[in-house]
Design a binder for this molecule. Sequence first.
Ligand SMILES: [Zn+2]
Length: 156
Amino acid sequence: MELKQILKLIVDEERASRYLQRFRWYGKPSCLRCGSCSLLYLSDKRYECRSCSSRFSDFSGTYLAGTKLSSSEVLLGVKLFESGLSAREAAKQVEVNYKSMLRLFHTIRQAMVDYNHQANRDPLSGEVEMDEAYFSVASAREKGAEELRIRFLYSA
Ligand SMILES: [Zn+2]
């Protein structure tokens, strides 16, 4: 999504929520416990199932479950993650708690790893780009060249 589209969404929390709901529910929310589509939408932006009284939000059962960020903050956070900002800088830009943004960044990374795992892709295949890396250097006599090469590959 382009930055211009993100900016249109984040100025209106309801619009940002509707945008994320489309991806979450594919048009029609349903109870996470019983699958019923007969739901009440509560003032705290959660749903209550009319069949089993279960309560849940748009983020329940997703990577974003338990986030304290609003939909617009999540969208902007994802865009800033994509642009390469640190979680600390992104938290400043979005004006949210650093730990909340850090958690979102961890969640995004975990989702990317899971996606690669589900698609049976090697996360370090192809071209791997690193901004920063730390290596422990040992002499070839002590550890052997093969071990050094392996360390390099898995430090990304
Ligand atoms: Zn239910």
